[in-house]
Design a protein around this ligand. Structure first.
Ligand SMILES: NC(=O)c1ccc[n+]([C@@H]2O[C@H](COP(=O)([O-])OP(=O)(O)OC[C@H]3O[C@@H](n4cnc5c(N)ncnc54)[C@H](O)[C@@H]3O)[C@@H](O)[C@H]2O)c1
Length: 364
């Protein structure tokens, strides 16, 4: 008789801690913040957006030089076209030319494109080195730099399938310096507002008045509080479902099923936040048509999105491309829908006819 053996070992690997700091005049104090958090490295790699580097690069370099360790810089123009796997090898070339090791820290300075690509590179360089994110756009400070989702796009033909290649890599530290937002063009403030509207609908925070405050250039103290509020919503949601498998983290995808597809098909015409704004309107319409949402709440959402100067429709993009991008959606084409302010339903299957109808109403 054959004897059956089985040995079992249960392993629990502790996940990394992340510190999130929001405030003003922080970039120039990077060295002090790293030292205070006992983050000691043998060298630093910087990945930066060219624009952000021209504005804040000196501050970062001067601060890091105080730590007396080598600093190697790689800069790119932030665009969805540059957020591609084949660009990654170009980005890391200066790092390989000058050398790094497992005790090297990757510092990512820029908007969500940089924090997404940088997080991805940080997760694959030597199978993972520490990342410090220094988000410099409103969208990156309230969303992209928070929660450890990293990734690059995959392009086929004219379509960009967003964030299809990536993983989860929690940054070691995220420093959101609100002073960096003063140089953002108006379009980039609206870009961030698009994602903030998502928090307002799904979590009732920030309040609509706070969104209006952001839209009309707030003082940095208020701004830091509102950014911190958004970060906390995202962090608390992620803590409940870090790998995005329980439906909780999926709530953060409100407005993104159609939003991502519209953004991809728009070929850079719409910013992420603008596409999300149209995606939110689409989700609200579907929720109304499927008798989940009242007319009053629907009208309130629509009216306020318009009053923030955000788009609710887009012209001159191909509806078929939007539909084809949706077929490759990571959530398998399911939707997050709205029951009320602060009340969302995840994983909703929507009939194809309704999806086509909503796309024909938002893509003109
Ligand atoms: N990982 C996530 O959870 C997550 C969440 C939301 C969005 N994202 C991703 O984020 C990306 C969009 O990020 P984004 O909206 O920040 O765009 P972005 O990174 O392209 O930055 C927008 C523009 O702002 C410029 N810029 C950056 N900082 C500046 C500053 N301080 N002053 C003046 N100009 C500045 C950049 O040069 C760029 O032209 C998308 O690729 C999206 O998929 C990721």
């Amino acid at each position: 008789m054959k004897i059956f053996f089985q040995e079992k070992t249960k392993v629990e690997i502790p996940t990394q801690q992340t510190n999130y700091i929001v405030g003003s005049d922080l970039l120039a104090k990077l060295d002090g913040i790293l030292t205070k958090h006992n983050m000691q490295y043998s060298s630093f790699l910087i990945l930066s957006d060219k624009k952000a580097f021209s504005l804040f690069g000196d501050k970062i370099i001067t601060s890091l030089q105080k730590l007396g360790k080598p600093v190697i810089t790689s800069t790119i123009v932030s665009s969805e076209q540059n957020k591609e796997l084949n660009k990654v090898t170009e980005i890391v070339k200066p790092y390989f030319q000058q050398g790094f090791n497992r005790n090297t820290c990757l510092i990512c300075l820029g908007g969500g494109i940089i924090t997404d690509i940088g997080g991805f590179i940080g997760s694959i360089l030597l199978r993972g080195i520490d990342c410090v994110l220094l988000p410099t756009t409103l969208l990156a400070q309230i969303d992209a730099a928070i929660g450890g989702k990293t990734g690059v796009n995959f392009s086929m033909g004219k379509n960009i399938y967003k964030n299809m290649l990536g993983d989860f890599k929690q940054p070691a530290l995220v420093i959101s310096d609100v002073d960096t937002l003063t140089t953002l063009p108006e379009k980039e403030i609206r870009n961030g507002l698009g994602e903030m509207v998502k928090y307002w609908i799904g979590w009732e925070k920030p309040s609509f008045d706070e969104l209006l405050t952001i839209a009309s250039s707030p003082k940095s103290e208020e701004l830091a509080q509102i950014i911190n509020m958004c970060q906390k919503i995202k962090i608390e949601t992620i803590k409940k479902d870090p790998q995005d498998i329980l439906g909780e983290r999926e709530k953060l995808n409100l407005g993104h099923t159609i939003g991502h597809s519209i953004e991809g098909a728009s070929n850079g015409k719409l910013s992420h936040g603008e596409a999300v704004s149209i995606g939110l309107v689409s989700a609200a319409k579907l929720s109304l048509w499927m008798d989940m949402l009242s007319d009053d709440v629907f009208e309130n959402i629509l009216k306020n999105i318009i009053s923030l100067g955000l788009p609710i429709q887009v012209k001159d993009i191909d509806k078929r491309e939007v539909l084809s991008a949706m077929s490759l959606d990571k959530k398998g084409g399911t939707f997050v829908l709205i029951k009320d302010f602060g009340s969302l339903i995840t994983g909703v299957k929507v009939e194809e006819e309704l999806v086509k109808k909503v796309i024909s109403e938002v893509v003109l």
